[in-house]
Design a binder for this molecule. Sequence first.
Ligand SMILES: Cc1cc2nc3c(=O)[nH]c(=O)nc-3n(C[C@H](O)[C@H](O)[C@H](O)COP(=O)(O)O)c2cc1C
Ligand code: SF4
Length: 482
Amino acid sequence: MWKPPARIKHTTRPGLWPDRQEAKTSRLFSPVTIGPLSLASRTWIPAMVPWRASPDGYVTDDVLAWYGRFAEGQPGAIVVEATGIRDVPSGPLLRIGDDRFIPGLTDLVEVVDRASDGKTRLFIQLIDFLTIRRRPSPDAFFGKYLTITDRHRDALDLRDAEDAIVRERFLQLDGNTLEEVLDARELESLRLGYRERVTDTHLDHIRDLPEVLPNLFSAAALRAQQAGFDGVELHYAHAYTMASFLSALNNRDDGYGKTRGGRVRMPLEVYAAVRDRVGGDFPVGCRFLSDDCIPEGTGIEDAAWFAVQFAEAGMDFLSLSRGGKFEDAKTPKVGDAIYPYTGPSGYECMPGYISDEAGPFGRNLEPAETIRQNIRNAGFNIPVVAAGGIHGFEQAEAVLTSGQADIVGFARQALADPDWFRKVASGRGTDVRLCEYTNYCEGLDQKHKQVTCQLWDRTSLDDADCRPSSDGKRRLEAPRET
Ligand SMILES: Cc1cc2nc3c(=O)[nH]c(=O)nc-3n(C[C@H](O)[C@H](O)[C@H](O)COP(=O)(O)O)c2cc1C
Ligand code: SF4
């Protein structure tokens, strides 16, 4: 992963822990409403993909164990990982693109309810993403993927040559000549792997996204409702389809790009379709970016404006993230796919302990405050969720009392210690296993390996209740206290 050049090492600093009484009267452990729903506390585990679904996208026992273990800690809410809304193969990523996924998801709802003693509310994050291919070898790219055109023939002075001859010639060209002969997208496909964008309106299925996405999202949301989830989070963040509509890089000229109003149109139409399908009493919100964190991407001013549009449309909550884009991601090795959390914007999304002066703790809080203030100034009262490097009680409490957010997200800290919430609420904060923000978990995510935490995944592998990873070397669940 990319690290800020200053390379300053920061240490987790949790501050003071409350006793049971202080926790009880804190804002963090006070209830909050999300539309018609009440959370017992203002604690939230944001979505984290653990790569534990079956190869065809079903809930597995490992998925149940992952969420069940989080639920034992009794956070106010858990958001189930980004779950694919299309009925297409997506590897071991959860899917909700067909009714056949409902029974497994119903089991998941029941497991969380049972494990949390009914104290944790469960949301599911709904995601759409476009095609992305692995970086090809030059042989594969020129041998089959590149579509040979007259432009190539002219540039290579091979006007009447057969494709095979042109392909052969390409393989002999040096980098500089390739830059003259290939266009920017062809070069990108060669050097990074083919990647579709929402602006590729010359492709029918991309041009038609405004016609298909509202139905795909709303059908998925209805399935979530049928499975018993407490609400849905529309994934409008990071490198995926909906965030790409919102991005300042979106220059679609069909009314779904260019201006702020054009860029927010698709996300609003998707929301309207979802609301139509699930009714007014089912909590629906979205996760979006306070900042794309890439050159010429969306910044805080646009994000604050989008937030008001979402609130005005009737969303029940807004969860904020930042960065996580393809545009500045690291060049993948041949055979690997580009990964949106490997560049500076990826760092902003999941900041690690090797950082700059600002450090990894709370980088998204100031933007969250600006966005929340903008929503309040416009007369809306919906809760805002902020996350990013939050691990201490005092820090979380300050987020709430200073008005930076209404709910505090703990992603990696909850992975390091799923019992954080119960321990802190009962005055046992000193027993918390603190996340060190090493991003070992994120490295596993990048390789699509079952996600675990390095602080516990080699501990007590002989325990009777130890659930091993598929490589047999790690445990999949945080150990329980004895
Ligand atoms: C392994 C892993 C998987 C993640 N998957 C998702 C995801 O599916 N959807 C999402 O919006 N964010 C995802 N994130 C980002 C987190 O939700 C969170 O925004 C980020 O880790 C920063 O918060 P933290 O410092 O509390 O960990 C993931 C993070 C990690 C570490
Ligand atoms: S591996 Fe564990 S300690 Fe390291 S960042 Fe992930 S959750 Fe935190």
